[in-house]
Design a protein around this ligand. Structure first.
Ligand code: ATP
Ligand code: MG
Length: 139
């Protein structure tokens, strides 16, 4: 078993899709190990997506991520990182496969319903960004 981080983004929380997305993630086999609802400050949103700093969409991305409540969560499964990326689909919902979370619930490439870590290394960093060791492991 391994862990990854998902965030239900402000568009999906705001349009009342969080419950459906959570159910979808559980239905495909993920176990929720930690979860909370929070609103990111500008500093938090900027730091979380710091890897994209300088890209043309960075300011829009940070503004969007602080525009309303988000639901970060730690998900566990076999091969969790790759499996969650497959479950959420391509960044742009127009290119996402049928049945993926983004195909079902995302509005656009910018407002795309959910984030997922893209490597085990980034998953560990992103999990630690939101949750204490106690929260994610129950120790
Ligand atoms: P995420 O990191 O949110 O899971 P991703 O890994 O599929 O998404 P990234 O390349 O990491 O995609 O981009 C981070 C986010 O930045 C995307 O989810 C999207 O909301 C936004 N983004 C990326 N490229 C563009 C773009 N060309 N125009 C607008 N927004 C973009
Ligand atoms: Mg990414």
């Amino acid at each position: 078993m391994s862990q990854t981080l998902a965030i239900i983004k402000p568009d999906a929380v705001g349009s009342g899709k969080a419950g459906k997305i959570l159910a979808h993630l559980e239905d495909v086999g993920f176990t929720v190990k930690a979860l909370r609802l929070t609103t990111l400050s500008r500093e938090q949103a900027g730091a979380f997506y710091a890897v994209h700093e300088g890209r043309p969409f960075y300011d829009e991305l940070v503004h969007f991520m602080m525009s309303g409540p988000v639901i970060p969560m730690v998900l566990e499964a076999d091969d969790a990182v790759a499996r969650l990326r497959e479950t959420i689909g391509a960044t742009d919902p127009a290119e996402a496969a049928e049945g993926t979370v983004r195909k079902l619930y995302a509005e656009s490439k910018g407002r795309n319903a959910i984030h997922a870590s893209d490597s085990d290394e980034n998953a560990a960093q992103e999990i630690a960004f939101f949750f204490s060791r106690h929260e994610r492991l129950g120790l």
